[in-house]
Write a protein that binds this ligand. Structure first.
Ligand code: ZN
Length: 235
């Protein structure tokens, strides 16, 4: 509880749940996000609204929620040619990964986050990476992040812990975790203010939130929500 954490908060469902998890667990929590020319840049607007709503709706968490950091990583758009940063259809590549994969994206994110954390005196980095029902991105793997934790701690000559509370949790479990942390008030905020859709579509509001309803990210979010609400009592 005395540790201070930096949450990689993109404005999506997973990282919003991680933010709530960190606010419940650490004495001081700061947030960081990266602008890299993502097609779903709308999530960067969602995250500001989500933080404002957390501050007004959860006073105990508001006391612990510190500054937000937004870093410009537009260089990532220059070195990747993927369906996340370019206007092209989401398909499977020959290597078995969807073409939404930005090579090494999370490695870069954690390096920059660690530099900010070091400067700010924060000892824990929290990310929403998950191996359970993820798209196969190798930089989301538990072993990748454990290796990175060692490299960062050595390279900074200061212990830097990487926490990934969703690593072994599926999408239904992520909804259940949010419900256990903040009840339906937090669920409502996540449904209304977080963004998951790869295409940045917020024109249609579904029971599980906004999105095109078709892309892999929407599909995971919807399926997880339907599984969770099939098990949990409604408000
Ligand atoms: Zn979508």
């Amino acid at each position: 509880m005395n540790s201070k954490a930096l949450v990689l908060f993109s404005g999506g469902q997973d990282s919003a749940t991680c933010l709530a998890w960190a606010l419940e667990r650490y004495a001081h929590v700061e947030t960081i996000a990266f602008n890299y020319g993502q097609r779903h840049a709308v999530e960067l607007q969602c995250r500001l609204e989500m933080m404002a709503q957390l501050r007004s709706g959860f006073p105990a968490w508001a006391e612990r929620l510190g500054p937000d950091h937004l870093l410009d990583l537009s260089v990532l758009g220059q070195i990747s040619d993927t369906a996340l940063t370019q206007d092209q259809a989401i398909t499977m590549q020959a290597n078995g990964l969807p073409n939404t994969f930005v090579p090494g994206r999370n490695l870069l994110f954690f390096n920059f986050a660690a530099a900010v954390a070091y400067r700010r005196g924060l000892q824990v980095l929290v990310g929403g990476m998950c191996e359970t029902d993820y798209s196969g991105y190798p930089d989301c793997r538990d072993n990748t992040l454990k290796a990175l934790q060692v490299a960062l701690s050595l390279g900074l000559d200061s212990p830097m812990v990487i926490e990934t509370p969703l690593m072994w949790v599926d999408k239904a479990g992520t909804w259940a975790l949010a419900q256990s942390l903040g009840g339906w008030p937090l669920m409502d905020l996540i449904i209304e203010h977080t963004h998951t859709c790869y295409l940045g579509d917020r024109s249609t509001r579904h029971a599980w939130g906004y999105g095109c309803g078709q892309c892999p990210a929407c599909d995971l979010r919807r399926t997880g929500f339907e599984t969770f609400t099939g098990q949990a009592p409604q408000p």
